[in-house]
Design a protein around this ligand. Structure first.
Ligand code: TEU
Ligand code: CA
Length: 571
C-alpha cells in the first residue's frame, strides 16, 4: 500500500482532469449524495430527567436535525442491553433499551423521521452479543445445548487456548474460562461481549431474520459494527509475537467473510433500497474493493480507519500523512466503489481537538475549516453530532469521571500491573472515547439543556460558549456555516461526483484540492495551522470566485490566516 501512498502527493503535478463525466443514472445513488449525521443517543437529549438521552428526546429535536440539511441519521445502538459498552452488548435484538424508551417510541421516531424525509441507519452489532443474551445464556448452560455452537468454545481439557488478544479485557485476554461447562469462550471485546460463531449457518440465518425485522419496519440501512472481525479461522493458528500491534491484519477479513456478505446480500440486503457500510475495510486495497465493488454484491460503501493512525500516540500530526491517506482512499474508489469521509465518531476524540484546536481565539474558524474539508471531499460525509457546533474534548482529570469500558479496563489493568496510570490519564485526555460522547449542548441553562437530572456523563463546561441556542442567534456561528456548507454541497453535484485533484501536495500546512465535473472546477484551500500559511496557488487564483469562506472578509488569495478555509469557483 505504501508506494501508492507516496505517489499520491506527487500526483498533484499531473494535469487537472478536464471533463469528468457525471455518472450514469444507474451509478448515481441517494447514499452517495447524502450527508450522514451520526448521533449518540445516550447524549443527545434526555426527555424524562433520568440523565440519559432517549428516543423521545431525539423525536423532540428532529426539526433541529432537519434544519442542518442532513439526509441520514445513523443512530448508535438502541437495542436492549445491560450497557457495559453503551449498547454494543446486545441482550435482545428485537427490543429497545429501557433507558431509551419503548418500541412504540421507536416506531414514532421512524415515522416522524420519514415525514421529514430523513432516513434512519441503525447500528448492527453482530460480531458479538451481550453475555446476557438468551443465546449466550443457553450456550453456556451445557455442552449439549442446541445454542452451544452459536459462540466459540474451547474445552478446557484441551489445555489453554491459542492466545488471542482482546480490545477491552482487563488482561487483554480474549478467552474467558466459564466454569459451568469448564470451557473457554472467545471475546474480542469485553468479557460481557462473547463473539458469535459465524461459521454456524443457523446463527447467520437468525441474524438475517433479525435484519429483516428492522428493514421491514422501514429503516434505511445498517452500519455494521466491527464487521471485518466476524469471520475467524477456527483452527486457531498461532499468531507471531506482537501481532496485536497489527490487529486488523490478523483479525480482519477472516475466512469466508465475503461468502457471508454475499449470502447476506442475496437473502436480505438486495431486497431493499438501503445504505450499508461496514466498520473497517481490512488492510489491503483488495480487501476494501472486495467489500464494496459494485460487481461484488456485498456492501455499498467502505469506512476505513487508516486516517485515525495518522494522529495516534503522538502530539500533533503530520498533515502530509493526512493528505496521503485521504488522497490514497480517493484514488482507490475513483473508478468504482464508494467511501465514507469522517473526522471523528463515538470511538474517537472530538475532531476539533484532535485535528485542529479548540483554543480561543481560533476555535470557531478551525471548526468551520474542518467541516469544510468533511463536506467538500469525494465520498459520503459523516458529521458527528456536536461537530456542527464545534464541540471539543472534555479532558477529564480523574478516572471517576470516565464511563467508557475501554478506558476503565485499561486503567484497572495498568493499576494491577504497576503501569503508569498518570501518563495514561494524560493520554486519555487526548484520545479517550468519552471525549466524543459528552451531552449535546442545547443552550446555556443548567446541564446545557440536555437534562433536568444528573447527566450520565459530565457536560463539557464550555457549553456556555458552545451551544445550539447561542449559535442559532449568531449568523457568524459554526452552526450557520455548517448549514451553508451543506447547501453548497447539495446545490452542486461537483462535490459528490467530481474528480479530486491534489494541489501543492507537499505543503505541510495547507491542504488544497480541485474538484472537477463536466469542465466545472472548484478549488478548496484549507489552512490546517493556527498561524498564517502560504498556499502556493499561483495561476489557479486567476479569475477565481469565492463560493464560501470562514472569515467575514474572505476573498481568493494565496496567504491564508489561521485555520482559514476558502471554497473557490475556477473559470
Ligand atoms: O468498534 C470496533 C473497534 O475495533 C474498536 O475497538 C475501536 O478500534 C476502538 O473503539 C478505538 O478506540 C466498535 C464500536 O464502534 C465500538 O464503540 C465498540 O466498543 C466496539 O465495536 C465493540 O462493539
Ligand atoms: Ca432519559
Amino acid at each position: 500500500m505504501l508506494p501508492l501512498a507516496l505517489l499520491m502527493l506527487a500526483s498533484c503535478n499531473n494535469p487537472v482532469p478536464q471533463n469528468t463525466p457525471l455518472p450514469d443514472s444507474a451509478s448515481r445513488k441517494w447514499w452517495k449524495e447524502a450527508v450522514v449525521y451520526q448521533l449518540y443517543p445516550r447524549s443527545f437529549k434526555d426527555n424524562n430527567g433520568d440523565g440519559i438521552g432517549d428516543l423521545k428526546g431525539i423525536i423532540s429535536k428532529l426539526d433541529y436535525i432537519k434544519s442542518l440539511g442532513v439526509d441520514v441519521v445513523w443512530l448508535n445502538p438502541i437495542y436492549a442491553s445491560p450497557n457495559t459498552d453503551n449498547g454494543y452488548d446486545i441482550s435482545d435484538y428485537r427490543a429497545i433499551m429501557k433507558d431509551f424508551g419503548t418500541m412504540a417510541d421507536f416506531d414514532t421516531l421512524l415515522k416522524e423521521m420519514h415525514v421529514r424525509h430523513l432516513k434512519l441507519v441503525m447500528d448492527l452489532v453482530v460480531n458479538h452479543t451481550s453475555d446476557q443474551n438468551e443465546w449466550f445464556l443457553q450456550s453456556r448452560s451445557s455442552r449439549e445445548n442446541p445454542y452451544r455452537n452459536y459462540y466459540h468454545w474451547w474445552n478446557a481439557e484441551r489445555g489453554t487456548p491459542t492466545p488471542r488478544w482482546s480490545f477491552f479485557d482487563v488482561n487483554s485476554d480474549a478467552w474467558k474460562l466459564d466454569t459451568p461447562t469448564n470451557s473457554y469462550y472467545l471475546h474480542y471485546f469485553s468479557r460481557q461481549q462473547p463473539d458469535l460463531n459465524w461459521e454456524n449457518p443457523v446463527v447467520r440465518q437468525e441474524i438475517y431474520k433479525m435484519m429483516k425485522y428492522w428493514l421491514d419496519k422501514g429503516i434505511d440501512g445498517f452500519r455494521m459494527d466491527a464487521f471485518q472481525f466476524v469471520a475467524k479461522d477456527t483452527t486457531w493458528p498461532e499468531f507471531p509475537k506482537g501481532y496485536e500491534q497489527d490487529i486488523i491484519k490478523y483479525y480482519g477479513m477472516g475466512p469466508h467473510l465475503h461468502d457471508y456478505l454475499k449470502e447476506m446480500n442475496k437473502d436480505v440486503l438486495s431486497k431493499y433500497d438501503i445504505m450499508t457500510v461496514a466498520e473497517g475495510a481490512g488492510s489491503t486495497l483488495d480487501d476494501a474493493m472486495d467489500l464494496v465493488g459494485p460487481d461484488r454484491n456485498e456492501l455499498n460503501m467502505a469506512y476505513h480507519f487508516e486516517v485515525m493512525d495518522v494522529g495516534k500516540g503522538k502530539p500533533g500530526y503530520d498533515l502530509l500523512e493526512f493528505k496521503k491517506v485521504y488522497s490514497k482512499w480517493d484514488t482507490i474508489f475513483s473508478q468504482k466503489g464508494w467511501v465514507s469521509v469522517f473526522l471523528g465518531n463515538h470511538d474517537q476524540p472530538r475532531m476539533l481537538s484532535h485535528w485542529g484546536s479548540d483554543s480561543l481565539p481560533f476555535r470557531g474558524y478551525c471548526a468551520k475549516m474542518l467541516n469544510t474539508f468533511l463536506l467538500t471531499m469525494r465520498g459520503t460525509p459523516y458529521a458527528y453530532y456536536g461537530d456542527e457546533l464545534g464541540m471539543g474534548n472534555i479532558r477529564f482529570e480523574t478516572i471517576d469521571d470516565y464511563r467508557d469500558v475501554a478506558t476503565l479496563n485499561k486503567y484497572q489493568h495498568l493499576k494491577a500491573t504497576g503501569g503508569n496510570v498518570d501518563s495514561f490519564l494524560e493520554s486519555e485526555k487526548r484520545f479517550g472515547r468519552d471525549n466524543g460522547r459528552t451531552p449535546f449542548p442545547w443552550d446555556s441553562s443548567a446541564n446545557a439543556g440536555f437534562t433536568s437530572g444528573t447527566p450520565w456523563l459530565k457536560v463539557n463546561p464550555d457549553y456556555t460558549l458552545v451551544n445550539a441556542a447561542h449559535e442559532e442567534k449568531d449568523s457568524a456561528s459554526v452552526l450557520h456555516y455548517f448549514r451553508k456548507l451543506i447547501r453548497l454541497r447539495k446545490s452542486n453535484p461537483i462535490f459528490v461526483y467530481g474528480s479530486y485533484h491534489l494541489i501543492d501536495g507537499y505543503n505541510p500546512e495547507v491542504y488544497s484540492y480541485i474538484r472537477e465535473l463536466q469542465g466545472k472546477k472548484v478549488l478548496v484551500v484549507l489552512n490546517f495551522r493556527d498561524h498564517q500559511a502560504a498556499a502556493n496557488l499561483g495561476d489557479y487564483l486567476k479569475g477565481a470566485k469565492l463560493l464560501l469562506g470562514n472569515y467575514p472578509d474572505s476573498a481568493p488569495k494565496d496567504v491564508l490566516r489561521p485555520f482559514e478555509a476558502l471554497v473557490l469557483e475556477l473559470p
